[in-house]
Write a protein that binds this ligand. Structure first.
Ligand SMILES: [Zn+2]
Ligand SMILES: [Zn+2]
Length: 286
């Protein structure tokens, strides 16, 4: 009898409890897809079927350039590509961990986009696609250092949070407004600056932004700021709130983290460039 109760609990009750606590989108993927088609059909004064055809054709066009990171890991295993497998596994573990931490629905997937032209669905190193509920990474994405990968991943996952909160049609409508778009980018950057708890990790992000700003014209930097992204000065404010108690697993064993605070010196920057490649990506979120 006791066995039966255990069995009942584990098969019926436990999944119900676990499932009901899981973060979810307000509507299913299919429902939202129909909502979006209906919205575009009304905007363009076209039929539902016509718009649906266009959207499905677009999906079809890029389908061959997209592969789920889970699938990549499986293939690496099969073909004995250990180094590549480790890279993607590290990325996936970090992604799943952050998703859970940020209360994001399990279905949001990490997808690799192998489109060398950058013309496809992912027009940048990393992006969130609300139609497919996916975070895309582009092949050049590996140019980012492990710490900048964490920061960018949190930024993109914040867009998934915003999508869950608003629903896709509202997200699209509000996204047409420049000021609102800046607000969502600002929220994503602020979220990342807050979640990255390790001061040295945030320093790496700051160093990256400083070098980007140095390479850009004043006009480009002003445009970047207007798009809502945090500038180096604003990132510095978040850095000041971090405590050395919260060093991540990579930076914990550094003998003299204070030396790193000399970020604006050539030596400080070189140290950051070199040391940021230690450990795994996941070591930076623990
Ligand atoms: Zn963004
Ligand atoms: Zn760190």
């Amino acid at each position: 009898m006791r066995k039966m109760i255990y069995l009942f609990f584990s098969i019926i009750i436990l999944p119900v409890i676990l499932y009901s606590n899981e973060p979810k989108f307000q509507k299913s993927l299919e429902q939202e897809f129909d909502d979006v088609i209906m919205y575009y059909a009304a905007c363009k004064k076209q039929s539902f079927e016509n718009v649906k055809g266009h959207m499905l054709a677009r999906k079809q066009k890029y389908a061959s350039t997209l592969s789920s990171v889970d699938e990549i890991i499986k293939n690496c295993k099969k073909n004995n590509k250990k180094d590549e497998e480790d890279l993607f596994l590290d990325l996936k573990i970090t992604f799943d961990f952050l998703k859970k931490k940020m209360g994001i629905a399990r279905e949001v997937d990490l997808v690799f986009c192998d489109d060398p032209s950058l013309q496809g669905p992912c027009g940048s190193l990393m992006s969130y696609d609300l139609h497919d509920r996916m975070v895309y990474i582009h092949q050049n994405f590996w140019d980012l250092s492990p710490t900048n990968i964490v920061f960018t991943m949190i930024h993109e996952l914040t867009h998934a949070q915003q999508h869950m909160r608003k629903g896709s049609v509202n997200f699209i409508i509000e996204g047409k407004d420049k000021a609102y778009r800046a607000q969502i980018e600002r929220e994503a950057d602020i979220n990342a600056a807050q979640i990255v708890n390790c001061p040295l990790c945030l320093k790496v992000v700051l160093a990256h932004r400083l070098s980007e700003e140095a390479l850009s014209t004043d006009h480009q930097n002003e445009k970047f700021r207007k798009l809502g992204y945090l500038t180096s000065d604003q990132l510095r404010n978040y850095l000041q709130q971090k405590s050395l108690i919260n060093l991540c697993k990579v930076h914990k064993h550094f003998e003299d983290p204070d030396v790193w605070l000399g970020l604006d010196t050539q030596q400080g920057r070189e140290m950051i460039d070199q040391e940021d490649y230690e450990g795994t990506i996941f070591d930076r979120v623990l």
